[in-house]
Design a protein. Sequence first.
Length: 466
Amino acid sequence: MSTVSTVNGGISFWYADQGTPPAREPLPGDTTADVCIVGGGYTGLWTAYYLKKAVPFLNITVLEARFCGYGASGRNGGWLYNGIAGRDRYAKLHGHEAAVRLQQAMNETVDEVVRVAAEEGIDADIHRGGVLEVAYTPAQLARLKDFHSVEIAFGETDRVLRGARETCERVNVTGAVGSTWTPHGARLHPVKLVKGLAATVEALGVTIHESTPVTEIRPKHAHTPYGTVRAPYVLRCTEGFTASLKGQRRTWLPMNSSMIVTEPLPRSVWDTIGWDGRETLGDMAHAYMYAQRTADDRIALGGRGVPYRFGSATDNDGRTRPATVEALREILVRLFPTTAGARIDHAWSGVLGVPRDWCATVTLDRSTGLGWAGGYVGSGVATANLAARTLRDLIQQDSGQRGPTELTELPWVGHKVRRWEPEPFRWIGVHGMYAAYRSADRRELTSPRAGTDPVAKVADRLAGRH
């Protein structure tokens, strides 16, 4: 099938669907604030929201390099779910019960986002269908069963394990041999959420300056080409774009993820696929895919294309290599053969933040007033909300307005990790890791073995994922 008619880049389909918002004014010059937030994505906007709700008199300024939601918040797969990067490592560092508390907080975060969106009148096409993760090889099935058992051990007693027939009755994934489902998830339209959230915080009195790139963050200072914002608290909420800040090149690696979206599919196709519950859909491949059935009956599907650009470079408009578009289309058709004739309307890419140990973190340095949150490794739609509420509590604790809370005691707070290797070692390492994962996936597709491919196990250990 030709993809000549596919829109490539242009930030994302979600913005093509909604339109780019009118530009907000850049920073007019030097100014002051009580809290300066760098980054106008989910983390920055949720932080502004909760701080302003808690302390209405706070003077809060948000600085955004392009426009709110330009990064991962406007390009993601629309998975509002309870996954959090690094939970297993936190269990090793702080004990199983601490990690269970973190997982419970993530379960509740899904409810919190849904609640606030309804309360603030943000229509983000939220549908609570849960998360369905499928296996379609013997090796994937073995991993899925292990994964299911681990999730139960971390307190997800409402998680369900399904066999081949039950899985295909929910979503008819070709060759599916099993699945696990959790109710702690929802599908949403990422840009509708970020635009609604930006409008909500502005209405509360938060100042947002767009087209204002921050070049350096120092204690009590955020420097831009247009002036400096001075504030007791400066919060870095830049996720995959963190490497562009002075001194942060090796802090978090900007990992690329790519997506495609089909044209709206006819009823005849949906009759073969099912998916009436509109669950978010993933698989157990090493180079995994993620998908959703959109509100207007398209399939949006994502995965890894070019995983990393040399020197921690990030793209400008989301343009995606034709080979990546074709690879994602092949996954789509392999899973759902009746989509073979469907037009691919849009393809795009974006970056997400990956710490060296693959652990999401939230921190406030009480000696400097500098704070940060991120490293979500692709789970940021919900995790950003939990991070924002935690930053709120940390700031209120530091300023003497409240004591420690359940959120400030979670094990990801204040976590430290070493920096990524210098180039060319990190480029070689990341590309080598994903080459290993893809080769392992190819072998597992044709192998009757139930065990994980040994090459993937080695890649996991070298990457620091396990």
